[in-house]
Write a protein that binds this ligand. Structure first.
Ligand code: HEC
Ligand code: HEC
Length: 319
């Protein structure tokens, strides 16, 4: 036994000094890793917040009245209160939103959402009592320069999402300013914005058939945002119009399918030859026409989208 042991030791020391050096190095780097984990501070989160969050969570129009552009404002929380609970990531709304256990998942421009290792940083930070670090305020938010497509690049969800998030989602969400989402319409994610459930408000490829565009232009009333003026700027309206015209692309630049058969409900001014502010209406013998609408009248149109993309009108009514 004793001999065996000695032999073993002998072999080891002869064979691999490098192994021992390696082990030493490994334990050193493990130690560094553990230390790094223990000292996650706001400073370490700042670059992620700056890149992914403050375009919506900063300034006077901050989404959910939550500002993430300084340590103090993050700790202060949203209109609903605190979003972090020291030592308890699972009970922290911040972490729940990052993981998607609370909806809508953040960042609202996602997918992509944060990577697992980025989320782990936030988790460690909360677990360890939310330390400040040297940087406690972020540079002027990217908000000053809104995200716009580069020349030749199509408009995608990430370009329009900040507008919906800061100007619309405070009402068009569950438990927003008006309680339930008005008209059961949520503007909190790509999927929700394009949802086809009861009817469509965005028809990919067809801005004029999209009630959303009619509302932000004021062709359909009440004009949106409901708490305007101020309404959206011309630049923002054109951006959203282009987004719809180019097929309402997602963050990967993938155009949305046309929701053939979906219901629409539009408001606008009737023109001659069955047009609604320039949108051709397919009025057929079966169309129900109420209150004898005439050109120049404000009307409501209900119908369906056929496979060619036109609106087959089921009901046309003067308002
Ligand atoms: C495109 C705009 C946008 C981006 C980007 C964004 N958010 Fe949000 N965020 C919102 C909106 C709008 C809400 C309110 C929607 C709701 O709760 O229904 C919200 C809500 C939240 C809430 C919940 C607040 C509460 O008390 O209910 C948290 C936490 C949050 N965001 C964190 C983040 C973090 C962290 C990031 C970055 C990783 C981020 N958000 C990125 C728009 C955005
Ligand atoms: C202050 C709350 C509020 C804000 C902010 C707001 N809305 Fe609305 N929205 C409403 C209400 C209320 C209605 C229902 C109004 C009606 O038609 O009587 C509505 C209706 C709509 C409709 C019609 C839905 C349908 O099914 O026909 C659309 C589209 C819409 N809003 C889009 C937007 C957009 C886009 C924004 C942001 C630019 C926005 N809203 C901002 C409150 C709001």
């Amino acid at each position: 036994m004793c001999i065996l042991n000695q032999q073993y030791k002998y072999t080891v020391s002869l064979e691999s000094r490098s192994l021992i050096t390696g082990l030493l190095f490994l334990s050193l780097s493990l130690a560094t890793h553990v230390t790094a984990k223990e000292t996650v501070t706001y400073e370490k989160l700042a670059p992620i917040l700056a890149e992914k969050c403050i375009m919506c969570h900063s300034g006077n129009n901050a989404a959910a009245e939550l500002r993430l552009d300084s340590y103090d404002s993050l700790l202060k929380g949203s209109a609903k209160g605190s979003i972090v609970k020291a030592g308890d990531p699972a009970a922290s709304e911040l972490l729940r939103r990052l993981k998607g256990t609370s909806q809508p998942r953040m960042p609202m421009t996602g997918p992509p959402f944060l990577s697992d290792s980025q989320i782990a940083l936030f988790e460690d930070w909360i677990t360890n009592g939310m330390k400040r670090g040297a940087v406690t305020k972020l540079e002027k938010p990217a908000k000053q320069q809104p995200l716009r497509p580069k020349p030749g690049e199509p408009v995608s969800w990430q370009h329009v999402a900040p507008i919906f998030a800061t100007r619309c989602a405070k009402c068009h969400t569950d438990g927003g300013l008006m309680g339930n989402a008005p008209e059961d319409y949520r503007l909190t994610s790509y999927t929700a914005t394009l949802a086809t459930g009861d009817r469509v408000r965005v028809v990919p490829g067809q801005p004029k058939a999209s009630e959303l565009l009619r509302r932000i232009r004021g062709q359909a009333k009440p004009r949106m945002p409901f708490d305007g003026p101020p309404y959206l700027t011309d630049d923002e309206i054109v951006l959203i119009e282009d987004w719809i015209a180019q097929g309402s692309r997602d963050t990967d630049g993938q155009a949305a399918p046309v929701p053939t058969g979906a219901r629409v409900r539009l408001h606008g001014t009737l023109g001659t030859d069955w047009q609604l502010d320039g949108l051709h209406l397919d009025v057929r013998s079966g169309t129900r026409i109420d209150k004898s609408p005439r050109p120049g009248d404000y009307v409501q149109v209900r119908g369906r989208l056929d496979s060619s993309g036109s609106i087959i009108v089921e009901r046309l009514r003067r308002r």
